[in-house]
Design a protein around this ligand. Structure first.
Ligand code: MG
Length: 388
């Protein structure tokens, strides 16, 4: 057996980060942990460091530092995160950060020639052509961790985009799939935080309820697989067994299936093209039940079309969409904005958006900050304020 591959996990204490640690724990013969990062959860990071004995850990928010029992190297702040993504002892960087804050780490990993196991879809959406250029021009590679994109990567099996007629992303539809639109204004945080099939962090769970997540995923698929936006369709598939499909030019359609667990796409992103043995629950087509598909209610979930509009505008518009959504979701989670206020805030930011091309990190970071400023203002002015 060859040498163990070095892995840096950014966002190790979040939902995908913890699943990644589970995978690394089970495959300690193949991977060794070089670095781990957390945003604020100093204690959880300390525990992981004691277990995995990395070369270093990074706490992004230095103000959250607690008494630690692990005596290794602690680093602090955003610059340490970017440095960690390029660490020469790492072969693979798992970017499981939340939001567009992960952009510079994504670029850093690609520029340093790493395999980037990407869960932080916002960094790809916001960075757009910048990220694609860093990927195409360098020796780095992107392996998607998102279950839909992992499915597409596996179905494509290296075939060129010219052989693809269309990508079909599946969507669970979220908790409000069948709810009449008239009841949306009464939705509370607790309702939105219960996802029918996937157990995830709060930001992506709300994004799944508004279908913003699916818009981000269409843009992600467009950038990762070089398929035109018009050739990417979404179907609702409530049981989340079929993770996505690829329809090829010859009419053959490939699907990847399994019970919903993030550990399978994470393991694949670490090991591909190799298939490592694992002990996950085996797939049982009978237990999976009938596979049902339905049309997405686009009009009921305006965050989906707003995302596609941003993608068609291009330039810094996707960054603005993603940043405005982050602000609106935070306000919703804080109880100061209603569920229907989320698309209202994002629409007001996009409506007046006249940003130029996203041709440098600085342009994207500035667009992100400007969109946050406008979204914060719009959220403050939003007429419907519920008690969440
Ligand atoms: Mg997904």
């Amino acid at each position: 057996m060859g040498e163990r591959r070095g892995v840096v996990v950014l966002g190790a204490t979040g939902s995908v980060g913890r699943s990644t640690c589970n995978v690394l724990r089970r495959h300690a013969d193949r991977f060794r942990v070089v670095g781990l990062s957390a945003g604020r959860q100093s204690d959880a990071l300390d525990l992981l460091a004691t277990e995995f004995e990395p070369e270093f850990v990074v706490l992004a928010d230095s103000g959250q530092r607690r008494e630690a029992s692990w005596t290794g190297e602690w680093r602090y702040g955003a610059a340490a995160l970017i440095e960690a993504a390029a660490d020469e002892r790492a072969d693979i960087v798992v970017n499981a950060l939340v939001g567009s804050a992960g952009l510079e780490a994504t670029l850093s990993a690609l520029e340093a020639g790493k395999r980037l196991a990407l869960a932080n879809k916002e960094s790809l959406v916001a960075g757009g052509s910048l990220v694609v250029r860093a990927w195409r021009d360098g020796t780095g590679d992107i392996l998607p961790v998102d279950s839909e994109h992992s499915a597409i990567h596996q179905c494509l099996a290296g075939r060129p985009s010219g052989e693809v007629r269309r990508l079909i992303l599946t969507a669970s539809g979220g908790p409000f799939r069948q709810m009449p639109v008239g009841e949306f204004a009464d939705i509370r945080c607790a309702d939105a935080l219960v996802h029918p099939t996937w157990n995830m962090g709060s930001k992506i769970t709300v994004d799944s309820a508004t279908l913003a997540n699916k818009a981000l995923e269409v843009i992600e698929a467009h950038l990762l697989f070089d398929i035109a936006l018009g050739n990417i369709d979404v179907v609702v598939h409530p049981s989340s067994i079929v993770h996505s499909m690829v329809e090829f030019q010859d009419g053959s359609t490939m699907a990847q299936m399994g019970f919903p667990t993030m550990e399978i796409p994470i393991l694949y992103a670490l090991s591909a093209p190799e298939r490592l043995r694992n002990e996950f629950e085996p797939f049982d087509p009978v237990a999976a039940g009938p596979l049902e598909f339905e049309t997405m209610r686009r009009a009921a979930f305006p965050m989906f079309d707003l995302g596609l509009t941003a993608a068609r505008i291009g330039g810094t518009a996707p960054a603005a969409y993603s940043a405005a959504n982050e602000v609106a979701v935070q306000a919703f989670l804080a109880g100061s904005l209603s569920f229907t206020g989320i698309p209202a805030v994002v629409e007001s930011v996009l409506h007046s958006w006249d940003g130029g091309p996203a041709d440098s990190v600085r342009t994207v970071v500035e667009a992100d900050a400007e969109a946050r400023r406008r979204a914060t203002e719009a959220a403050g002015n939003c007429p419907d304020r519920p008690g969440c």
